[in-house]
Design a protein around this ligand. Structure first.
Ligand code: SF4
Length: 319
């Protein structure tokens, strides 16, 4: 058995309005517990992280947060803590079941797939750089800065921003660029990959529905006679920058022809699903420059998001 005894038990009581109010409308008092197990338990962290869906393993300070028997537990290499007990006695009585649970986890190590994924505390400006910074409030926060602060504190997952850049890999490592577009370092953020995939699927559906609407709009009205013009086939533009929109579709008219070569390059990468930072890295320009190209593209196309821009880019034959 790994853990046999414990020491340095400490119980503190505090008001916690988050739990609720008592009959006298005063914040409910709750007890918190901490104690020192007789063995270091840091080696169990990857197994806790792998065995429990709700476990979160933080890099600094090194600890795992998880729920056990409905209590919020924090396990450090040489100390354990648990919160939200009604009485001191119930807090102390929790020590033994928690140690039993850790002992059983230790005994089952060979059956558990360890998860070495740790949460790194990140700086607010680093998270902010990954966001579209449009303050659109879709995430439920009033500003991108407020959202970035919540992500940096580990209160929410970064992928709650629908415009968050796609990670470089499944392990959710994001590139961070300086103002010149140089890759400074990478940033690890925990993301809900299932949610991300769902959103990508939704976005695909939106693109398809937008394409269908554009096709309907571009289709000639059968009640009108087909214009007979021999030069029609020759009206296909010779160069991309001079390409013309589909006949009958006003929304793709004129301005598309004014896209610069650089804007077409950016638009092509947008359509390929790259993020601003990734496009900056690929084209050796800063993400800020990418953003300004995007704004120009939006203005010229008369659209308000990258999906519509990508669809129009394809429809007009620019990309
Ligand atoms: S959804 Fe994204 S872009 Fe919009 S306010 Fe939130 S963080 Fe900013």
């Amino acid at each position: 058995m790994l853990l046999k005894s414990y020491s340095e038990v400490d119980c503190v009581v505090s008001d916690d309005p988050r739990i609720g109010m008592d009959a006298d409308r005063m914040p409910v008092k709750v007890w918190s517990l901490s104690f020192k197990p007789d063995q270091e338990v840091g080696f169990l962290f990857p197994y806790l992280n792998g065995a429990l869906d709700d476990a979160l393993w933080y890099e600094r300070p090194d600890h795992v947060r998880f729920l056990f028997e409905g209590r919020r537990c924090l396990l450090y290499p040489d100390r354990a803590a648990a919160h939200f007990f009604e009485t001191r006695e119930s807090a102390v009585a929790f020590i033994r079941p928690l140690m039993d649970f850790l002992n059983s986890l230790d005994a089952r190590k060979s059956e558990i797939k360890p998860n070495f994924n740790q949460i790194r505390h990140v700086k607010i400006p680093e998270v902010l750089k990954l966001l579209p910074q449009t303050n659109c409030r879709e995430c439920g926060f009033p500003t991108c800065m407020a959202f970035a602060a919540a992500v940096a504190r580990g209160k929410i997952l970064a992928d709650q921003c629908p415009g968050l850049a796609s990670p470089m890999s499944e392990s959710a490592v994001y590139p961070v660029f300086d103002r010149q577009g140089n890759l400074i370092h990478s940033l690890s953020l925990k993301i809900d990959t299932a949610g991300l995939k769902r959103r990508i699927k939704d976005q695909d559906l939106r693109i398809r529905s937008l394409e269908a609407r554009l096709e309907t709009k571009a289709r000639p009205n059968p009640s009108e006679p087909e214009p007979v013009t021999e030069s029609a086939p020759d009206s296909v533009p010779e160069t991309k920058s001079e390409s013309m929109p589909d006949p009958g579709s006003e929304s793709v008219a004129g301005p598309a022809a004014a896209l610069t070569d650089r804007e077409i390059e950016v638009l092509t990468r947008i359509a390929q699903g790259y993020t601003n930072n990734e496009i900056g890295g690929l084209l050796f320009i800063s993400p800020h420059t990418v953003k300004s190209h995007m704004i120009n593209i939006f203005n010229k196309f008369g659209v308000s998001d990258r999906t519509q821009a990508a669809v129009l880019g394809v429809r007009t034959g620019l990309i």
